[in-house]
Design a binder for this molecule. Sequence first.
Ligand code: EMZ
Length: 387
Amino acid sequence: MKKSALPDSFEKSRLEKGYGEMNDQNDPVTMLLRHKDVRRSAHNWKTFQSGAVPGRIVVPSEVNIRDTRQIPFEVDPPLHGKYRAIVEPWFKRPLQPEYQEKLAAQISAIVDEVLEKGTVEVVNGFALPLQSRALTLLLNSPYSESETWISWGTHVFRSEGEALDGDKANILYDYIDKQIKLALENPREDMYSMLLSSEFEGRKLTKEEVKGVMVLTFAGGRDTVINAVTNSIVYLAEHPESLERLRESPENTGKAVEEFVRYFSPLTQMGRVVTEDTQVCEHALKADSRISLCWASANRDAAVFENPDEIVMDRKINPHVGFGFSHHNCLGATHARQILKILLNTLARKVASFEILDYEENIEDLDEFQRKVGYNRINVKFNKLIQ
Ligand code: EMZ
């Protein structure tokens, strides 16, 4: 098997019974594995809610390290839609040409840096700085802030050896509190000030609500983007014909991005809390238990995708759920798609080939399932394209 392969660890259970079970800090999760069930349950917010105790819909649960409700992520309709309407236009800014030009300049610079050096540890030396620098555009914050964010590492709630790190989480909370205070004293052109001046049901958003949106923005698109960037490079390293294809027909990059997101599924699953006794796949679920919508499994469902375990660069019909599904679909998806699109085009223009040197895989332990989601570290040599 190729190093870049992300095997589908859910296939057997998906076919046989449609669900899996994992324990998570004594708050078990029934994982829904089929595309149809995942989509249907994502729609059904009355039975499968997001607005539970903060942190409980995340797997692993963050109830012990977080009190702040992430907004709009941990809110159900109809309030969800009202919050979402406030942030949606801001999160669509990556569609603007000036935004894309700045992003392209950042990505070009980091690829050039790596080509100068030759070899880089892609996770911490490439994907993390790329993600944090791009985040300065999404927040409209000074570029220099990215240095602080890079120092937090690949996840704001997890550290090496600790799946949930409360001390680390506090660094983020303190940082956001301070930024909110500064923005209140001196309004700026950034996301904090935009939120602080926004109206919600005839009043201003509270500091706690603003913090809830900011925590989501820092936490939600971090390891996911880093894994997507890293996995893309590893894939292209082993599939020079795909790199060549991107070079020859850059107009197809959008399709390739969707296919990478489907295949990599950077976010394995997202939970919901069950509000009433019900059942899925002939399996009884009790009120106040947890389920998860397993995007990674749904994205390999052969009932929907032909050759689900292959990357088909120009896959025509691709109803993947890599960015979630229904009203809670990923708020940062526009930004993430631009990052990946510009990255693929830049690599195609500047890099002749890659060589994978050594690596350590990142395997998620989901009890019944072990899922490779990316790498903890991987050294790769970038060879310059001479034109
Ligand atoms: C939450 C989540 C959002 C959670 C779309 O995902 O991402 C996770 O990485 C965070 O730990 O708090 O923001």
